[in-house]
Write a protein that binds this ligand. Structure first.
Ligand code: TRP
Length: 350
């Protein structure tokens, strides 16, 4: 029988993987990444970034792709890509990613990675690409009048992002699971058809619950409802002051019935490393004003060291660029080795 408490198979497998990582982190290689569409916000931080830093500190090898071609799947213009890429690197490093260990690269700079997409596309059918739920959802929210070919091919491109370095673990949100299925399918079919080259990577689902934006809808860069990693303390206070709450005075943590209040409570709890129920009980009759004061204080205290570091990094774009260049060189070396193995397997080494 299905109950709301039932854990999905993907979540159960993620918990097992977590235990395997604790037992031996050196078995795992992670590849994950982001589109450079603007600064990262607290939803990204608590949803994925914090977890990446944690995994890296446990000794898992980490690759981060800055998906600068994927940006073009749902819009016609790639505005300010250079600034967005450097901003993303600053966000990563400020959050605690170690650039000596992690390979941070832009996929447009890694020619051999992109070339893998051609044999990969031959391994999936048009129908499979068309019925991919993530692609369908992104088409529904696209800002383009017509859907471009890139929209359909990018799950295969994402497979190339993951497989060029033979990553076996991909930390993603549940919305990205269909893409990971495409990657696994491509790896399996390639190995069956041409011989064993690729691992079948697994998803590592984030355990963090979803944070809402200050207007009660999904936290998103484009909706003006997001507190960015690099926001000032004053910007943070202003955004939280304007946040939506509800008519009930007493503060509780009830995500199902009071999503806006619950999301604010959750944000304070995440920043303070506490349980949201406890935080809500402490505020109780203090109402929305006390809640907002608590959230503002918690966010600003938790983010202060990261923000200071981020400001220092942002003042040195030459350094940020050198991190990307170094990552691009390392990724290119890896991708060329893998492409060599693919050529060997396919019999296209002349
Ligand atoms: N599609 C991801 C997003 O929009 C970004 C991404 C590109 C990615 N390549 C990846 C994530 C490979 C994981 C693995 O957020």
């Amino acid at each position: 029988m299905t109950s709301t408490l039932e854990v999905s198979p993907a979540a159960r497998r993620s918990a097992e993987l977590d235990a395997e990582i604790t037992a031996d982190a050196s078995r795992f290689r992670i590849l994950t990444g982001d589109r450079p569409t603007g600064p990262l916000h607290l939803g990204h931080y608590f949803g994925t970034l914090h977890n990446r830093v944690r995994l890296q500190r446990r000794g898992v090898e980490l690759g981060l792709v800055i998906a600068d071609y994927q940006v073009l799947t749902d819009r016609d213009v790639a505005d300010d890509l250079d600034a967005h890429v450097l901003g993303l690197v600053a966000d990563y490093l400020a959050a605690g990613i170690d650039p000596q260990e992690a390979m941070i690269f832009t996929h447009s700079a890694v020619a051999a990675l992109n070339q893998l997409m051609l044999p990969f596309l031959s391994l999936v059918t048009v129908a499979e690409l068309q019925r991919n739920p993530t692609v369908k959802d992104e088409i529904a929210h696209s800002r383009q009048a017509g859907v471009s070919g890139l929209m359909f091919t990018y799950p295969a491109h994402q497979a190339a992002d993951i497989l060029f370095c033979k990553a076996n673990l991909v930390p993603v949100g549940a919305d990205q699971l269909p893409h990971l299925e495409v990657t696994r399918t491509i790896a399996r079919r390639f190995n069956d058809r041409y011989g064993p080259v690729f691992p079948e990577p697994e998803a590592l689902l984030s355990r963090a619950p979803l944070l809402l934006g200050t207007d009660g809808t999904k936290m998103s860069k484009s909706r003006g409802n997001a507190i960015t990693l690099g926001a000032t303390a004053a910007d943070t206070a202003r955004l939280i002051r304007s946040a939506k709450t509800d008519a009930q005075r007493h503060i509780t943590y009830e995500p199902g019935t009071r999503p806006e209040v619950a999301s604010l409570v959750l944000l304070a709890a995440l920043c303070e490393d506490r349980e949201p129920g406890e935080v809500a009980a402490e505020i109780g009759g203090g109402g929305a004003a006390a809640l907002k004061a608590r959230v503002t204080e918690a966010v600003n205290a938790r983010m202060a060291p990261m923000r200071a570091l981020r400001a220092e990094l942002a003042a040195d774009p030459g350094y940020l660029r050198s991190v990307v260049r170094e990552g691009n060189a390392r990724a290119t070396e890896r991708a060329e080795v893998t492409l060599g193995q693919v050529r060997e397997a396919m019999g296209t080494r002349y």
